[in-house]
Design a protein. Structure first.
Lengths: 241, 391
Protein backbone atom coordinates (compact mmCIF):
# COMPACT_ATOMS: atom_id res chain seq x y z
CA UNK A 1 0.00 0.00 0.00
CA UNK A 2 1.74 3.17 -1.15
CA UNK A 3 -0.23 5.59 1.00
CA UNK A 4 -2.72 5.09 3.84
CA UNK A 5 -6.41 5.09 3.03
CA UNK A 6 -7.44 6.21 6.52
CA UNK A 7 -5.74 9.00 8.49
CA UNK A 8 -6.13 10.58 11.91
CA UNK A 9 -6.60 14.35 11.58
CA UNK A 10 -8.58 17.43 12.54
CA UNK A 11 -12.10 16.09 12.15
CA UNK A 12 -14.28 18.70 13.89
CA UNK A 13 -17.73 17.12 13.61
CA UNK A 14 -18.10 15.40 16.98
CA UNK A 15 -18.94 16.70 20.43
CA UNK A 16 -15.53 15.79 21.79
CA UNK A 17 -13.99 18.50 19.61
CA UNK A 18 -15.87 21.18 21.54
CA UNK A 19 -17.31 19.85 24.81
CA UNK A 20 -17.96 23.34 26.21
CA UNK A 21 -19.98 24.33 23.17
CA UNK A 22 -21.94 21.10 23.43
CA UNK A 23 -22.73 21.81 27.07
CA UNK A 24 -24.05 25.22 26.05
CA UNK A 25 -26.12 23.75 23.22
CA UNK A 26 -27.74 21.38 25.69
CA UNK A 27 -28.24 24.27 28.11
CA UNK A 28 -30.09 26.08 25.31
CA UNK A 29 -32.46 23.13 24.83
CA UNK A 30 -33.42 23.49 28.50
CA UNK A 31 -33.87 27.26 28.23
CA UNK A 32 -35.88 27.16 24.99
CA UNK A 33 -37.91 23.96 24.81
CA UNK A 34 -39.63 22.45 21.78
CA UNK A 35 -42.58 24.69 20.95
CA UNK A 36 -44.77 22.36 18.90
CA UNK A 37 -46.39 19.37 20.64
CA UNK A 38 -46.06 15.95 19.06
CA UNK A 39 -43.28 13.74 17.81
CA UNK A 40 -42.03 11.88 14.73
CA UNK A 41 -45.51 10.46 14.22
CA UNK A 42 -46.69 13.89 12.94
CA UNK A 43 -44.09 13.58 10.20
CA UNK A 44 -45.11 10.02 9.38
CA UNK A 45 -48.79 10.96 9.24
CA UNK A 46 -48.03 13.68 6.70
CA UNK A 47 -46.08 11.20 4.59
CA UNK A 48 -48.99 8.78 4.73
CA UNK A 49 -51.40 11.48 3.58
CA UNK A 50 -49.13 12.37 0.66
CA UNK A 51 -48.70 8.71 -0.32
CA UNK A 52 -52.46 8.21 -0.41
CA UNK A 53 -52.85 11.23 -2.68
CA UNK A 54 -49.81 10.64 -4.90
CA UNK A 55 -49.73 9.73 -8.59
CA UNK A 56 -47.44 6.94 -9.82
CA UNK A 57 -43.98 7.84 -11.13
CA UNK A 58 -45.10 6.88 -14.61
CA UNK A 59 -46.10 3.99 -16.80
CA UNK A 60 -44.68 1.18 -18.91
CA UNK A 61 -44.96 2.10 -22.61
CA UNK A 62 -47.43 0.18 -24.73
CA UNK A 63 -45.69 -2.44 -26.92
CA UNK A 64 -45.18 -1.48 -30.54
CA UNK A 65 -47.24 -4.38 -31.95
CA UNK A 66 -51.02 -4.27 -31.89
CA UNK A 67 -51.32 -7.65 -30.28
CA UNK A 68 -49.23 -6.36 -27.43
CA UNK A 69 -46.40 -8.84 -27.56
CA UNK A 70 -44.55 -10.55 -30.39
CA UNK A 71 -44.94 -14.29 -30.06
CA UNK A 72 -41.68 -15.71 -31.28
CA UNK A 73 -41.01 -19.32 -32.05
CA UNK A 74 -39.03 -19.50 -28.87
CA UNK A 75 -41.33 -17.81 -26.37
CA UNK A 76 -44.89 -18.40 -27.37
CA UNK A 77 -46.81 -17.17 -24.38
CA UNK A 78 -47.34 -13.63 -23.25
CA UNK A 79 -47.98 -14.44 -19.62
CA UNK A 80 -50.18 -12.53 -17.25
CA UNK A 81 -49.49 -8.82 -16.92
CA UNK A 82 -46.47 -8.77 -19.28
CA UNK A 83 -45.91 -5.12 -18.35
CA UNK A 84 -44.55 -6.29 -15.00
CA UNK A 85 -41.80 -8.23 -16.73
CA UNK A 86 -41.13 -5.41 -19.21
CA UNK A 87 -40.83 -2.95 -16.32
CA UNK A 88 -38.32 -5.15 -14.50
CA UNK A 89 -36.40 -5.83 -17.72
CA UNK A 90 -36.22 -2.08 -18.25
CA UNK A 91 -34.85 -1.77 -14.74
CA UNK A 92 -32.20 -4.43 -15.35
CA UNK A 93 -31.16 -2.82 -18.61
CA UNK A 94 -30.81 0.57 -16.96
CA UNK A 95 -28.96 -0.92 -14.01
CA UNK A 96 -26.46 -2.81 -16.15
CA UNK A 97 -25.97 0.20 -18.44
CA UNK A 98 -25.22 2.42 -15.44
CA UNK A 99 -23.06 -0.39 -14.10
CA UNK A 100 -20.77 -0.13 -17.14
CA UNK A 101 -20.25 3.56 -16.30
CA UNK A 102 -19.80 2.90 -12.59
CA UNK A 103 -17.03 0.40 -13.34
CA UNK A 104 -15.39 2.97 -15.60
CA UNK A 105 -15.25 5.34 -12.63
CA UNK A 106 -13.97 2.51 -10.45
CA UNK A 107 -11.14 1.79 -12.89
CA UNK A 108 -9.92 5.38 -12.58
CA UNK A 109 -10.02 4.99 -8.81
CA UNK A 110 -8.15 1.71 -8.87
CA UNK A 111 -5.32 3.23 -10.86
CA UNK A 112 -4.93 6.50 -8.95
CA UNK A 113 -6.53 6.71 -5.50
CA UNK A 114 -5.05 5.93 -2.09
CA UNK A 115 -5.03 2.14 -2.02
CA UNK A 116 -4.55 2.00 -5.79
CA UNK A 117 -4.22 -1.55 -7.02
CA UNK A 118 -3.26 -1.93 -10.67
CA UNK A 119 -3.87 -5.66 -10.34
CA UNK A 120 -7.50 -4.84 -9.62
CA UNK A 121 -7.91 -3.03 -12.92
CA UNK A 122 -7.91 -6.20 -15.06
CA UNK A 123 -10.62 -7.69 -12.87
CA UNK A 124 -12.68 -4.50 -13.05
CA UNK A 125 -12.38 -4.38 -16.82
CA UNK A 126 -13.56 -7.96 -17.07
CA UNK A 127 -16.56 -7.29 -14.85
CA UNK A 128 -17.32 -4.14 -16.85
CA UNK A 129 -17.31 -6.14 -20.10
CA UNK A 130 -19.71 -8.64 -18.57
CA UNK A 131 -22.05 -5.88 -17.36
CA UNK A 132 -22.18 -4.67 -20.96
CA UNK A 133 -22.91 -8.22 -22.10
CA UNK A 134 -25.74 -8.42 -19.57
CA UNK A 135 -27.15 -5.14 -20.78
CA UNK A 136 -27.32 -6.55 -24.30
CA UNK A 137 -28.93 -9.78 -23.11
CA UNK A 138 -31.68 -7.74 -21.49
CA UNK A 139 -32.06 -5.51 -24.54
CA UNK A 140 -32.59 -8.56 -26.73
CA UNK A 141 -35.11 -9.97 -24.28
CA UNK A 142 -37.12 -6.74 -24.35
CA UNK A 143 -37.04 -6.73 -28.15
CA UNK A 144 -38.19 -10.36 -28.20
CA UNK A 145 -41.19 -9.38 -26.13
CA UNK A 146 -42.03 -6.47 -28.41
CA UNK A 147 -40.94 -3.85 -25.93
CA UNK A 148 -38.88 -0.70 -26.54
CA UNK A 149 -35.44 -1.08 -24.94
CA UNK A 150 -34.80 2.66 -25.23
CA UNK A 151 -37.78 3.55 -23.03
CA UNK A 152 -37.23 4.39 -19.38
CA UNK A 153 -39.71 2.26 -17.45
CA UNK A 154 -40.78 3.24 -13.91
CA UNK A 155 -38.49 0.67 -12.30
CA UNK A 156 -35.64 1.82 -14.56
CA UNK A 157 -36.19 5.36 -13.33
CA UNK A 158 -36.18 4.24 -9.70
CA UNK A 159 -32.99 2.24 -10.34
CA UNK A 160 -31.37 5.45 -11.54
CA UNK A 161 -32.39 7.26 -8.36
CA UNK A 162 -30.98 4.41 -6.26
CA UNK A 163 -27.66 4.50 -8.11
CA UNK A 164 -27.12 8.21 -7.46
CA UNK A 165 -25.40 7.67 -4.11
CA UNK A 166 -23.06 5.04 -5.53
CA UNK A 167 -22.22 7.32 -8.44
CA UNK A 168 -21.40 10.19 -6.07
CA UNK A 169 -19.06 7.98 -4.06
CA UNK A 170 -17.25 6.53 -7.07
CA UNK A 171 -16.77 9.82 -8.91
CA UNK A 172 -15.67 11.93 -5.94
CA UNK A 173 -11.90 12.27 -6.47
CA UNK A 174 -11.39 12.20 -2.69
CA UNK A 175 -12.77 8.74 -2.02
CA UNK A 176 -10.41 5.81 -1.55
CA UNK A 177 -10.35 2.47 -3.32
CA UNK A 178 -11.75 0.85 -0.21
CA UNK A 179 -14.67 3.29 0.05
CA UNK A 180 -15.40 2.92 -3.65
CA UNK A 181 -15.32 -0.87 -3.63
CA UNK A 182 -17.75 -0.74 -0.75
CA UNK A 183 -20.10 1.26 -2.99
CA UNK A 184 -19.60 -1.33 -5.75
CA UNK A 185 -20.54 -4.03 -3.25
CA UNK A 186 -23.95 -2.39 -2.83
CA UNK A 187 -24.47 -2.67 -6.56
CA UNK A 188 -23.33 -6.25 -6.84
CA UNK A 189 -25.41 -7.43 -3.89
CA UNK A 190 -28.51 -6.00 -5.49
CA UNK A 191 -27.55 -7.26 -8.91
CA UNK A 192 -27.39 -10.84 -7.67
CA UNK A 193 -30.77 -10.73 -6.01
CA UNK A 194 -32.30 -8.96 -9.00
CA UNK A 195 -31.13 -11.52 -11.57
CA UNK A 196 -32.47 -14.34 -9.41
CA UNK A 197 -35.87 -12.69 -9.32
CA UNK A 198 -35.83 -11.88 -13.00
CA UNK A 199 -35.18 -15.49 -13.92
CA UNK A 200 -38.13 -16.58 -11.82
CA UNK A 201 -40.28 -13.89 -13.35
CA UNK A 202 -39.32 -14.87 -16.91
CA UNK A 203 -40.06 -18.51 -16.22
CA UNK A 204 -43.38 -17.71 -14.62
CA UNK A 205 -44.23 -15.49 -17.59
CA UNK A 206 -43.65 -18.35 -19.98
CA UNK A 207 -40.27 -17.34 -21.35
CA UNK A 208 -37.95 -20.27 -20.61
CA UNK A 209 -35.36 -19.35 -23.22
CA UNK A 210 -35.00 -15.85 -21.88
CA UNK A 211 -34.73 -17.31 -18.40
CA UNK A 212 -31.99 -19.63 -19.59
CA UNK A 213 -29.89 -16.81 -20.98
CA UNK A 214 -30.39 -14.91 -17.74
CA UNK A 215 -28.98 -17.84 -15.77
CA UNK A 216 -25.68 -17.30 -17.52
CA UNK A 217 -25.72 -13.68 -16.39
CA UNK A 218 -26.55 -14.67 -12.82
CA UNK A 219 -23.57 -17.04 -12.70
CA UNK A 220 -21.29 -14.22 -13.77
CA UNK A 221 -22.86 -11.85 -11.24
CA UNK A 222 -22.23 -14.39 -8.49
CA UNK A 223 -18.57 -14.34 -9.43
CA UNK A 224 -18.58 -10.52 -9.42
CA UNK A 225 -19.99 -10.45 -5.92
CA UNK A 226 -17.52 -12.99 -4.59
CA UNK A 227 -14.64 -11.09 -6.21
CA UNK A 228 -15.71 -7.74 -4.78
CA UNK A 229 -16.30 -9.18 -1.32
CA UNK A 230 -12.93 -10.89 -1.31
CA UNK A 231 -11.13 -7.73 -2.45
CA UNK A 232 -12.73 -5.59 0.26
CA UNK A 233 -11.95 -8.14 2.95
CA UNK A 234 -8.31 -8.55 1.89
CA UNK A 235 -7.81 -4.81 1.49
CA UNK A 236 -9.17 -3.97 4.95
CA UNK A 237 -7.28 -6.76 6.67
CA UNK A 238 -4.05 -5.61 5.04
CA UNK A 239 -4.65 -2.11 6.37
CA UNK A 240 -4.82 -3.31 9.96
CA UNK A 241 -2.06 -5.92 9.85
CA UNK B 1 -3.33 42.27 2.85
CA UNK B 2 -5.99 42.07 5.50
CA UNK B 3 -6.27 45.71 6.52
CA UNK B 4 -7.35 48.56 4.30
CA UNK B 5 -7.26 52.08 5.64
CA UNK B 6 -9.34 53.77 3.03
CA UNK B 7 -11.10 52.25 0.10
CA UNK B 8 -9.97 54.70 -2.51
CA UNK B 9 -6.26 54.58 -1.72
CA UNK B 10 -5.86 51.07 -3.09
CA UNK B 11 -6.00 50.36 -6.81
CA UNK B 12 -6.13 46.57 -6.54
CA UNK B 13 -5.68 44.22 -9.49
CA UNK B 14 -6.52 45.72 -12.91
CA UNK B 15 -9.43 44.00 -14.61
CA UNK B 16 -7.33 42.68 -17.48
CA UNK B 17 -5.12 40.87 -14.99
CA UNK B 18 -8.07 39.09 -13.36
CA UNK B 19 -7.75 35.80 -15.19
CA UNK B 20 -8.83 32.24 -14.49
CA UNK B 21 -8.62 28.70 -15.84
CA UNK B 22 -11.38 26.13 -15.85
CA UNK B 23 -9.29 23.97 -13.59
CA UNK B 24 -9.09 26.60 -10.89
CA UNK B 25 -12.78 27.45 -11.18
CA UNK B 26 -13.66 23.85 -10.36
CA UNK B 27 -10.81 23.30 -7.94
CA UNK B 28 -10.42 21.18 -4.85
CA UNK B 29 -13.27 21.56 -2.33
CA UNK B 30 -13.03 22.12 1.41
CA UNK B 31 -13.44 19.18 3.78
CA UNK B 32 -16.87 18.88 5.35
CA UNK B 33 -15.28 16.96 8.21
CA UNK B 34 -11.99 18.72 8.85
CA UNK B 35 -12.39 22.39 7.89
CA UNK B 36 -13.77 24.81 10.46
CA UNK B 37 -17.49 25.57 10.16
CA UNK B 38 -16.66 29.26 9.74
CA UNK B 39 -14.62 28.45 6.64
CA UNK B 40 -17.82 27.06 5.14
CA UNK B 41 -19.74 30.09 6.45
CA UNK B 42 -17.37 32.37 4.54
CA UNK B 43 -17.64 30.27 1.38
CA UNK B 44 -21.43 30.47 1.42
CA UNK B 45 -21.46 34.16 2.32
CA UNK B 46 -19.08 35.14 -0.47
CA UNK B 47 -21.00 33.08 -3.00
CA UNK B 48 -24.05 35.09 -2.00
CA UNK B 49 -22.16 38.35 -2.29
CA UNK B 50 -20.93 37.54 -5.79
CA UNK B 51 -24.35 36.31 -6.81
CA UNK B 52 -25.79 39.67 -5.78
CA UNK B 53 -22.96 41.51 -7.52
CA UNK B 54 -24.03 39.89 -10.78
CA UNK B 55 -27.70 40.58 -10.06
CA UNK B 56 -27.22 44.29 -9.35
CA UNK B 57 -25.05 44.79 -12.41
CA UNK B 58 -27.50 43.04 -14.69
CA UNK B 59 -30.27 45.34 -13.52
CA UNK B 60 -28.02 48.36 -13.91
CA UNK B 61 -27.22 47.34 -17.46
CA UNK B 62 -30.93 47.27 -18.31
CA UNK B 63 -31.14 50.96 -17.48
CA UNK B 64 -27.76 52.26 -18.71
CA UNK B 65 -26.58 51.58 -22.24
CA UNK B 66 -23.32 53.45 -21.64
CA UNK B 67 -22.42 51.12 -18.77
CA UNK B 68 -23.23 47.84 -20.45
CA UNK B 69 -19.70 47.01 -21.56
CA UNK B 70 -17.83 47.80 -18.33
CA UNK B 71 -20.54 46.05 -16.33
CA UNK B 72 -20.25 42.98 -18.57
CA UNK B 73 -16.49 43.01 -18.15
CA UNK B 74 -16.64 43.18 -14.38
CA UNK B 75 -19.43 40.62 -14.23
CA UNK B 76 -17.28 38.14 -16.13
CA UNK B 77 -14.61 38.30 -13.44
CA UNK B 78 -17.28 38.06 -10.73
CA UNK B 79 -18.94 35.10 -12.40
CA UNK B 80 -15.64 33.28 -12.21
CA UNK B 81 -14.92 34.41 -8.66
CA UNK B 82 -18.33 33.11 -7.66
CA UNK B 83 -17.73 29.79 -9.38
CA UNK B 84 -14.38 29.24 -7.75
CA UNK B 85 -16.02 29.96 -4.38
CA UNK B 86 -19.24 27.99 -4.72
CA UNK B 87 -17.36 24.98 -6.09
CA UNK B 88 -15.44 24.85 -2.79
CA UNK B 89 -18.46 23.09 -1.28
CA UNK B 90 -17.76 19.37 -1.42
CA UNK B 91 -20.21 16.89 -2.90
CA UNK B 92 -20.59 14.94 0.34
CA UNK B 93 -22.75 17.79 1.67
CA UNK B 94 -26.33 16.72 1.11
CA UNK B 95 -28.52 19.63 -0.01
CA UNK B 96 -30.08 19.58 3.46
CA UNK B 97 -26.69 19.71 5.19
CA UNK B 98 -25.80 22.69 3.01
CA UNK B 99 -29.11 24.22 4.04
CA UNK B 100 -28.13 23.92 7.70
CA UNK B 101 -24.88 25.67 6.80
CA UNK B 102 -26.81 28.43 4.99
CA UNK B 103 -28.83 29.08 8.13
CA UNK B 104 -25.66 29.14 10.21
CA UNK B 105 -24.42 31.86 7.86
CA UNK B 106 -27.65 33.80 8.25
CA UNK B 107 -27.53 33.60 12.03
CA UNK B 108 -23.87 34.22 12.75
CA UNK B 109 -23.32 36.91 10.12
CA UNK B 110 -26.59 38.77 10.78
CA UNK B 111 -25.85 38.71 14.51
CA UNK B 112 -22.38 40.16 13.89
CA UNK B 113 -23.86 42.84 11.64
CA UNK B 114 -26.61 43.70 14.13
CA UNK B 115 -23.98 44.47 16.77
CA UNK B 116 -21.81 46.47 14.39
CA UNK B 117 -24.66 48.54 12.97
CA UNK B 118 -24.77 52.15 14.26
CA UNK B 119 -28.33 52.94 13.11
CA UNK B 120 -30.73 51.65 15.83
CA UNK B 121 -33.63 50.99 13.45
CA UNK B 122 -31.48 49.10 11.01
CA UNK B 123 -29.94 47.11 13.88
CA UNK B 124 -33.43 46.28 15.13
CA UNK B 125 -34.30 44.99 11.68
CA UNK B 126 -31.29 42.68 11.67
CA UNK B 127 -32.24 41.34 15.09
CA UNK B 128 -35.82 40.83 13.89
CA UNK B 129 -34.73 38.80 10.88
CA UNK B 130 -32.10 36.98 12.90
CA UNK B 131 -34.72 35.36 15.15
CA UNK B 132 -36.52 34.02 12.11
CA UNK B 133 -33.44 32.49 10.49
CA UNK B 134 -32.60 31.09 13.90
CA UNK B 135 -35.94 29.31 13.91
CA UNK B 136 -35.41 28.05 10.36
CA UNK B 137 -32.21 26.39 11.53
CA UNK B 138 -34.09 24.53 14.25
CA UNK B 139 -36.75 23.29 11.81
CA UNK B 140 -34.16 22.19 9.24
CA UNK B 141 -32.08 20.51 11.93
CA UNK B 142 -35.15 18.53 12.97
CA UNK B 143 -35.65 17.53 9.36
CA UNK B 144 -32.01 16.54 8.89
CA UNK B 145 -32.34 14.29 11.92
CA UNK B 146 -35.73 12.84 11.04
CA UNK B 147 -35.24 12.54 7.29
CA UNK B 148 -31.57 11.65 6.81
CA UNK B 149 -30.75 10.44 10.32
CA UNK B 150 -27.96 13.01 10.67
CA UNK B 151 -26.87 15.35 13.45
CA UNK B 152 -26.97 19.02 12.37
CA UNK B 153 -24.14 19.68 14.77
CA UNK B 154 -21.78 17.77 12.47
CA UNK B 155 -22.18 20.86 10.29
CA UNK B 156 -22.52 23.55 12.98
CA UNK B 157 -19.58 22.26 15.09
CA UNK B 158 -21.03 23.56 18.34
CA UNK B 159 -21.01 27.24 17.38
CA UNK B 160 -24.77 27.69 17.01
CA UNK B 161 -27.67 26.68 19.26
CA UNK B 162 -30.46 24.46 17.95
CA UNK B 163 -33.67 25.60 19.63
CA UNK B 164 -36.87 27.32 18.48
CA UNK B 165 -36.82 31.04 17.75
CA UNK B 166 -39.80 33.11 16.63
CA UNK B 167 -41.91 30.25 15.22
CA UNK B 168 -41.72 29.89 11.44
CA UNK B 169 -45.52 29.50 11.37
CA UNK B 170 -45.72 33.16 12.44
CA UNK B 171 -43.20 34.57 9.96
CA UNK B 172 -45.76 34.75 7.18
CA UNK B 173 -46.76 38.39 6.86
CA UNK B 174 -48.62 40.53 4.35
CA UNK B 175 -46.19 42.39 2.05
CA UNK B 176 -47.01 45.73 3.69
CA UNK B 177 -45.60 44.42 6.96
CA UNK B 178 -42.35 43.31 5.34
CA UNK B 179 -41.31 46.72 4.04
CA UNK B 180 -38.96 48.71 6.26
CA UNK B 181 -37.90 52.29 6.62
CA UNK B 182 -34.77 53.07 4.61
CA UNK B 183 -31.54 54.81 5.55
CA UNK B 184 -31.03 58.27 4.12
CA UNK B 185 -28.09 58.16 1.77
CA UNK B 186 -26.68 61.55 2.71
CA UNK B 187 -26.81 60.91 6.44
CA UNK B 188 -26.11 57.20 6.74
CA UNK B 189 -22.71 55.82 7.68
CA UNK B 190 -20.89 53.84 5.03
CA UNK B 191 -21.14 50.71 7.18
CA UNK B 192 -24.94 51.06 7.28
CA UNK B 193 -25.05 51.01 3.47
CA UNK B 194 -22.62 48.11 3.36
CA UNK B 195 -24.64 46.08 5.83
CA UNK B 196 -27.88 46.54 3.89
CA UNK B 197 -26.22 45.46 0.64
CA UNK B 198 -24.51 42.49 2.33
CA UNK B 199 -27.49 41.02 4.16
CA UNK B 200 -29.84 41.57 1.23
CA UNK B 201 -27.42 39.66 -1.01
CA UNK B 202 -27.04 36.85 1.53
CA UNK B 203 -30.79 36.41 1.93
CA UNK B 204 -31.33 36.54 -1.81
CA UNK B 205 -28.99 33.61 -2.38
CA UNK B 206 -30.67 31.67 0.41
CA UNK B 207 -34.03 32.23 -1.25
CA UNK B 208 -32.69 31.17 -4.63
CA UNK B 209 -30.95 28.13 -3.16
CA UNK B 210 -34.14 26.87 -1.49
CA UNK B 211 -36.13 27.49 -4.64
CA UNK B 212 -33.64 25.43 -6.64
CA UNK B 213 -33.15 22.50 -4.28
CA UNK B 214 -36.67 22.21 -2.82
CA UNK B 215 -37.93 20.13 -5.76
CA UNK B 216 -34.90 17.81 -5.53
CA UNK B 217 -36.38 16.21 -2.43
CA UNK B 218 -38.66 13.20 -2.74
CA UNK B 219 -40.01 13.50 0.80
CA UNK B 220 -43.30 15.44 0.81
CA UNK B 221 -42.56 17.04 4.18
CA UNK B 222 -39.18 18.26 2.94
CA UNK B 223 -40.72 19.69 -0.22
CA UNK B 224 -43.32 21.46 1.87
CA UNK B 225 -40.79 22.84 4.36
CA UNK B 226 -38.62 24.29 1.59
CA UNK B 227 -41.73 25.84 0.05
CA UNK B 228 -42.61 27.42 3.37
CA UNK B 229 -39.17 28.74 4.27
CA UNK B 230 -38.40 29.91 0.72
CA UNK B 231 -41.50 32.08 1.04
CA UNK B 232 -40.12 33.62 4.23
CA UNK B 233 -36.77 34.20 2.53
CA UNK B 234 -38.59 36.17 -0.15
CA UNK B 235 -40.06 38.26 2.67
CA UNK B 236 -36.56 38.72 4.06
CA UNK B 237 -35.26 39.92 0.70
CA UNK B 238 -38.17 42.36 0.65
CA UNK B 239 -37.37 43.47 4.18
CA UNK B 240 -33.62 43.96 3.81
CA UNK B 241 -33.89 45.35 0.29
CA UNK B 242 -36.14 48.12 1.58
CA UNK B 243 -33.50 49.24 4.07
CA UNK B 244 -31.60 50.84 1.20
CA UNK B 245 -32.37 54.39 0.12
CA UNK B 246 -34.40 54.28 -3.12
CA UNK B 247 -33.10 57.78 -3.86
CA UNK B 248 -29.62 56.39 -4.52
CA UNK B 249 -28.73 56.27 -8.18
CA UNK B 250 -27.74 52.94 -9.71
CA UNK B 251 -24.13 54.05 -9.70
CA UNK B 252 -24.27 54.96 -6.02
CA UNK B 253 -25.64 51.50 -5.24
CA UNK B 254 -22.93 50.01 -7.41
CA UNK B 255 -20.20 51.85 -5.51
CA UNK B 256 -21.66 50.71 -2.19
CA UNK B 257 -21.83 47.14 -3.46
CA UNK B 258 -18.20 47.14 -4.58
CA UNK B 259 -17.18 48.63 -1.24
CA UNK B 260 -19.18 45.91 0.49
CA UNK B 261 -17.39 43.26 -1.55
CA UNK B 262 -13.98 44.66 -0.62
CA UNK B 263 -14.98 44.86 3.03
CA UNK B 264 -16.42 41.36 3.18
CA UNK B 265 -13.52 39.69 1.38
CA UNK B 266 -11.14 41.57 3.66
CA UNK B 267 -13.05 40.29 6.68
CA UNK B 268 -12.72 36.75 5.33
CA UNK B 269 -9.01 37.15 4.60
CA UNK B 270 -8.36 38.50 8.07
CA UNK B 271 -9.89 35.53 9.88
CA UNK B 272 -9.46 32.55 7.55
CA UNK B 273 -7.54 29.58 9.01
CA UNK B 274 -7.33 27.49 5.84
CA UNK B 275 -4.23 28.85 4.07
CA UNK B 276 -5.50 27.99 0.58
CA UNK B 277 -8.70 29.90 1.17
CA UNK B 278 -6.93 32.76 2.90
CA UNK B 279 -4.87 33.24 -0.26
CA UNK B 280 -8.06 33.15 -2.33
CA UNK B 281 -9.77 35.80 -0.16
CA UNK B 282 -6.69 38.02 -0.38
CA UNK B 283 -6.58 37.65 -4.15
CA UNK B 284 -10.24 38.62 -4.39
CA UNK B 285 -9.80 41.65 -2.11
CA UNK B 286 -7.42 42.91 -4.77
CA UNK B 287 -9.82 41.98 -7.56
CA UNK B 288 -12.64 43.87 -5.85
CA UNK B 289 -10.45 46.91 -5.35
CA UNK B 290 -9.91 46.81 -9.09
CA UNK B 291 -13.68 46.73 -9.64
CA UNK B 292 -14.24 49.51 -7.13
CA UNK B 293 -11.70 51.77 -8.75
CA UNK B 294 -13.18 51.20 -12.17
CA UNK B 295 -16.65 51.96 -10.80
CA UNK B 296 -15.27 55.16 -9.24
CA UNK B 297 -13.82 56.27 -12.57
CA UNK B 298 -17.14 55.68 -14.30
CA UNK B 299 -18.94 57.50 -11.48
CA UNK B 300 -16.74 60.55 -12.02
CA UNK B 301 -17.25 60.34 -15.78
CA UNK B 302 -21.02 59.91 -15.88
CA UNK B 303 -22.28 61.46 -12.67
CA UNK B 304 -19.49 64.05 -12.49
CA UNK B 305 -19.25 63.59 -8.76
CA UNK B 306 -16.59 62.59 -6.29
CA UNK B 307 -16.95 58.93 -5.17
CA UNK B 308 -15.94 60.07 -1.70
CA UNK B 309 -19.44 61.50 -1.38
CA UNK B 310 -20.62 57.91 -1.24
CA UNK B 311 -17.60 56.13 0.20
CA UNK B 312 -16.09 58.63 2.61
CA UNK B 313 -14.34 57.46 5.74
CA UNK B 314 -12.24 54.54 6.81
CA UNK B 315 -13.27 50.94 6.24
CA UNK B 316 -15.27 49.89 9.30
CA UNK B 317 -14.36 47.16 11.75
CA UNK B 318 -14.31 43.74 10.07
CA UNK B 319 -17.23 41.32 10.29
CA UNK B 320 -16.50 39.01 13.20
CA UNK B 321 -16.81 35.38 12.14
CA UNK B 322 -17.38 33.75 15.50
CA UNK B 323 -20.14 32.18 17.56
CA UNK B 324 -22.69 34.85 18.49
CA UNK B 325 -24.46 32.55 20.95
CA UNK B 326 -24.79 35.02 23.81
CA UNK B 327 -26.08 37.83 21.62
CA UNK B 328 -28.57 35.51 19.94
CA UNK B 329 -29.86 34.20 23.26
CA UNK B 330 -30.23 37.70 24.64
CA UNK B 331 -32.12 38.79 21.52
CA UNK B 332 -34.28 35.69 21.73
CA UNK B 333 -35.20 36.38 25.33
CA UNK B 334 -36.07 40.00 24.70
CA UNK B 335 -37.53 40.10 21.23
CA UNK B 336 -39.09 36.75 20.35
CA UNK B 337 -42.59 38.24 20.67
CA UNK B 338 -41.94 41.27 18.49
CA UNK B 339 -43.95 41.42 15.28
CA UNK B 340 -44.04 43.82 12.33
CA UNK B 341 -46.80 46.35 11.77
CA UNK B 342 -45.98 48.32 8.66
CA UNK B 343 -42.40 49.51 9.13
CA UNK B 344 -42.69 49.35 12.92
CA UNK B 345 -41.84 46.60 15.37
CA UNK B 346 -44.68 46.03 17.80
CA UNK B 347 -45.71 43.58 20.54
CA UNK B 348 -47.40 40.42 19.35
CA UNK B 349 -50.86 41.69 20.30
CA UNK B 350 -50.60 44.64 17.94
CA UNK B 351 -50.09 42.72 14.75
CA UNK B 352 -52.46 43.97 12.07
CA UNK B 353 -55.28 42.15 10.33
CA UNK B 354 -53.67 41.84 6.85
CA UNK B 355 -50.80 39.71 8.18
CA UNK B 356 -53.06 37.69 10.45
CA UNK B 357 -55.39 36.92 7.55
CA UNK B 358 -52.56 36.18 5.16
CA UNK B 359 -51.02 33.76 7.66
CA UNK B 360 -54.29 32.10 8.54
CA UNK B 361 -54.90 31.33 4.88
CA UNK B 362 -51.44 29.87 4.25
CA UNK B 363 -51.47 27.85 7.47
CA UNK B 364 -55.04 26.62 7.03
CA UNK B 365 -54.06 23.17 5.73
CA UNK B 366 -51.18 22.60 8.12
CA UNK B 367 -47.75 24.10 8.74
CA UNK B 368 -44.76 22.16 7.38
CA UNK B 369 -42.38 23.67 9.95
CA UNK B 370 -44.61 22.35 12.73
CA UNK B 371 -44.95 18.91 11.19
CA UNK B 372 -41.21 18.46 10.85
CA UNK B 373 -40.28 19.68 14.32
CA UNK B 374 -43.15 18.40 16.51
CA UNK B 375 -41.64 17.71 19.92
CA UNK B 376 -38.10 17.97 18.58
CA UNK B 377 -35.25 18.46 21.04
CA UNK B 378 -31.70 18.54 19.72
CA UNK B 379 -29.40 15.88 21.10
CA UNK B 380 -25.79 15.16 20.08
CA UNK B 381 -25.83 12.12 17.82
CA UNK B 382 -29.51 12.78 16.89
CA UNK B 383 -32.69 12.46 18.95
CA UNK B 384 -32.62 8.66 18.79
CA UNK B 385 -29.14 8.49 20.32
CA UNK B 386 -29.59 7.46 23.95
CA UNK B 387 -26.00 8.30 24.91
CA UNK B 388 -26.49 11.87 23.70
CA UNK B 389 -28.90 12.51 26.52
CA UNK B 390 -26.15 12.09 29.07
CA UNK B 391 -23.70 14.49 27.36
Amino acid sequence: MSEPQVIIGTNRTGVQTSPQDTARQLEATRMFAADVPGDMSNYTAERERAIREADLIGSVPAPATTKGVVKTALDKTIGKAPEVLIDKLGERLAFERTGVRLYEAMVAKATSAPGASPALVDTLRQIQAEELEHMNIVREAIETLGGDPTAMTPCADVAGVKAMGVLQVLTDPRTTVSQSMSAILTIELEDNAAWELLIELAQKGGHPLIAKRFKHALEQEETHLATVRQFIRKDLLEQVS
Amino acid sequence: MTRIDTLLDNKGTPLDKQVFTWRELAGKPISKLDDDAFTRVRVILMNGVESDALRLKHFGARFHKELQLPLAQIRRAEQHQMTSINWLLSADHSPLETTVAYEQVAIEVTAAVAQNEPDPYQAQTYRFGLLEDFDHLYRYAAMLDRLEGKDANNILQGYTDLVPGRPTSEHHRAPGDDLRDNYEKDNAALITKIHAALITGAEYQTHDYYMNIGPLFADPVARALYAEIASVEEQHVTQYGSLQDPAETFMEKWLVHEAMEVYTYASCAEQEENPRLKALWERYVDYELGHLNLACELFKKYERRDPAEVLAGPLPRMIEFKSQRDFVRETLSREIDLRAHGIDYVPKEREARPSLDYRAQLNSEGVPANVVSAGYTFKPGTEINEVGEQQ
